[in-house]
Write a protein that binds this ligand. Structure first.
Ligand code: NAD
Ligand code: UGA
Length: 463
C-alpha cells in the first residue's frame, strides 16, 4: 500500500494529475516538487485563481486537497527520500542541439531526475515514468538507478498521461483508460504494477486500468498522440480541397464521422494543431523509426507534421492574399493566442507561426487572449528569433479588451476557439473597423452568415 508519493515536475501534467490523485486518495501523501521556485510559489498561492496552470475545475481540486495531503515544494531531495513511489513528470522537449536536433526528445531532465533519485534514495522505490518518453527509456533509467544507487531496489513503471489541456480535470476524473506498463516477468514487477493499480482504483473502474509490458506502454503514448494528430492533419488536408471544390469540410467531417468505424471526434478542421506534445511526439516517433532504419514508417508519420506546417502557412497566406497581397502597416487583430481554448498554454500554438509570417510582411498585430498575458506572447515571438525583440515590440500590441484589439483593424483573425468570441457584439466590432472589414476564422467558430449580414467579408477554413 502506497503511503507517500513524490512527483518531480509541477507542470501542466504533474500539477493537475497529482492534485487529482491527492483528492481521490486522501490517505496518501502527495508532494509535488520542482526546481522552478516561482512555479512552486504559484502552486502554493492562497488565491487559487493564481495557480500557474489554468484548467477549468483545477482550483477546486487544489483547494480541497492542498495542505491536507497535497503539498508543493522545492525540496526535491526530501520528497524523494520520503516517497515509496516517485513519478517523473518533467519536460521532454525536442532536442535543440547535437545528434537528433529538431527530432529526438531531449532526455537530459529525465536523466537528471534518475541520477538524483539514485543519489538520494535510502529505501526501495517504485519509479514511474509519467513524462512521455521514447520507447525503451525505462532501460536507461534502470541502468542509471542500478549503477549509481545506494543498493536500494527499484521497480520502474511506465504510466503515460492521456489528459488533454482545457479538459484535464474531466479527463483525470473519468479517463478512457489508465495505462500501466511494468516488468510483467517478475513478482516484484507485478507487485509494483499492482500498487499503482490500487492508487487509480480509488476512482477509476478496474476494467479501465490496463496493464502491459513496459515497452508497449511507452510506445502506446507516442502512438496515441500520433493517431490523434494524424486525424487533424487528415481533415485539414481535405479542408484545402474543400475550398476549391465548394465542398464544406464540416459537412464532410460529419458525414464520415457518423461511420462508427471512423467516429466523430478529432475531425475539426483548424488553422493547425498546436500544443507541447503532438509535434514533439511525432518527431520523436519519426526519429525512433529512422534510428531502426524504418524509413518508410518514418516518412509516413512525418507527413502529419508537414501537413500541419502547410495548414498554418496557408492560413497566413490567405490573409495576405485577401488583403490585396500586402499587409504592410495594416492592423490585424488576433483573437486568441493559446493553442486551444480553456488553457493558458501557448506552446507550439498556431497563432505564433501565423503571427511570425504576418510580422515578416510588416503587419501591425493587436492581440487579445482571455488567459495569455503579454509577457508570454512576447516570449513566444522572441523565442523564434525571427527578428529582434525591439522589432517584435514595434509590430505587436497586446490588449486586454477585445474591442480595442479590433478597433481600426483591416482584419480580425480568430486563432483560438474561445467560447466568448462567439458572443461578442460583432456589429460594434464591424463599426469600428476599416472597410472592407475582413474576418479570417481559423477555427470555424463564428456564425459566418450572421457576420456576412452585418457586412463583414467572412473567410474560413474548408469552405
Ligand atoms: P512542463 O514544462 O509544464 O512541466 C515540467 C516541469 O518539470 C517544469 O516545471 C520544470 O521546472 C520541471 N523540472 C524539469 N527538470 C526538473 C528537475 N530535474 N527537478 C525538478 N523539476 C524539474 O511540462 P508538462 O506539460 O507538464 O509535460 C511533462 C511531460 O508530460 C512531458 O513529457 C510531456 O510530453 C508529457 N505530457 C504532457 C501533456 C500536456 O498536456 N501538457 C499531456 C500528457 C503528457
Ligand atoms: C493532446 C492529446 O489529446 C492528449 O490525449 C495527450 O495527453 C496530450 O496531447 C499530450 O500528450 O500532451 P492537448 O495537446 O492538450 O492533448 O490538446 P488536444 O485537444 O489534443 O488539441 C491539440 C491541438 O489539436 C489543439 O491545437 C487543437 O486545437 C487541435 N485540434 C484538436 C484540432 O485542430 N482539431 C480537432 O478536431 C482536435
Amino acid at each position: 500500500m502506497i503511503k507517500n508519493i513524490c512527483c518531480i515536475g509541477a507542470g501542466y501534467v504533474g500539477g493537475p494529475t497529482m492534485a487529482v490523485i491527492a483528492q481521490k486518495c486522501p490517505e496518501v501523501n502527495v508532494t509535488v516538487v520542482d526546481i522552478n521556485e516561482a512555479r512552486i510559489a504559484a502552486w502554493n498561492d492562497e488565491d487559487v485563481s493564481k495557480l500557474p496552470v489554468y484548467e477549468p475545475g483545477l482550483d477546486a481540486v487544489v483547494a480541497e486537497a492542498r495542505g491536507r495531503n497535497l503539498f508543493f515544494s522545492t525540496n526535491v531531495d526530501k520528497a524523494i527520500d520520503e516517497a515509496d513511489m516517485i513519478f517523473i513528470s518533467v519536460n521532454t522537449p525536442t532536442k535543440t542541439y547535437g545528434v537528433g536536433k529538431g527530432m529526438a526528445a531531449d532526455l537530459k531532465y529525465i536523466e537528471l531526475c534518475a541520477r538524483q533519485i539514485a543519489r538520494v534514495s535510502t529505501t526501495d522505490k517504485i519509479v514511474v515514468e509519467k513524462s512521455t518518453l521514447p520507447v525503451r527509456t525505462a532501460q536507461a533509467i534502470r541502468d542509471i538507478l542500478d549503477n549509481t544507487g545506494n543498493d536500494v531496489k527499484y521497480q520502474i513503471l511506465s504510466n503515460p498521461e492521456f489528459l488533454a489541456e482545457g479538459t484535464a480535470i474531466e479527463d483525470l476524473h473519468a479517463p478512457d483508460r489508465v495505462l500501466i506498463g511494468g516488468d510483467t516477468n517478475t513478482e516484484e514487477g507485478r507487485a509494483a504494477m499492482q500498487a499503482l493499480v490500487e492508487v487509480y482504483a480509488s476512482w477509476v473502474p478496474k476494467e479501465q486500468i490496463l496493464t502491459t509490458n513496459v515497452w508497449s506502454s511507452e510506445l502506446s503514448k507516442l502512438t496515441a498522440n500520433a493517431f490523434l494528430a494524424q486525424r487533424v492533419s487528415s481533415i485539414n488536408s481535405l479542408s484545402e480541397l474543400c475550398e476549391v471544390t465548394e465542398a464544406d469540410v464540416d459537412e464532410v467531417a460529419k458525414a464520415i464521422g457518423m461511420d462508427s468505424r471512423i467516429g466523430p471526434k478529432f475531425l475539426k478542421s483548424s488553422v493547425g494543431f498546436g500544443g507541447s506534445c503532438f509535434q514533439k511526439d511525432i518527431l520523436n516517433l519519426v526519429y525512433i523509426a529512422k534510428s531502426y532504419g524504418l524509413n518508410e514508417v518514418a516518412d509516413y508519420w512525418e507527413q502529419v507534421i508537414i501537413m500541419n506546417d502547410h495548414q498554418k502557412g496557408r492560413f497566413a497566406s490567405k490573409i495576405i492574399k485577401t488583403l490585396y497581397n500586402t499587409v504592410n502597416g495594416k492592423k490585424i487583430a488576433f483573437l486568441g493566442w493559446a493553442f486551444k481554448k480553456d488553457t493558458n498554454d501557448t506552446r507550439e500554438s498556431a497563432a505564433i507561426y501565423v503571427a511570425d509570417i504576418l510580422l515578416s510582411e510588416m503587419a501591425q498585430l493587436s492581440v487579445y487572449d482571455p488567459k495569455v498575458p503579454e509577457a508570454q506572447i512576447s516570449f513566444d515571438l522572441n523565442y523564434l528569433a525571427s527578428r529582434t525583440k525591439e522589432e517584435n515590440e514595434a509590430g505587436v500590441t497586446v490588449v486586454t479588451d477585445p474591442y480595442k484589439a479590433c478597433e481600426g483593424a483591416h482584419a480580425v483573425a480568430v486563432l483560438t476557439e474561445w467560447d466568448e468570441f462567439k458572443d461578442y457584439d460583432w456589429q460594434r466590432i464591424y463599426d469600428g473597423m476599416l472597410k472592407p472589414a475582413f474576418v479570417f476564422d481559423g477555427r470555424r467558430l463564428l456564425d459566418g452568415e450572421k457576420l456576412k449580414a452585418i457586412g463583414f467579408e467572412y473567410k474560413t477554413i474548408g469552405k
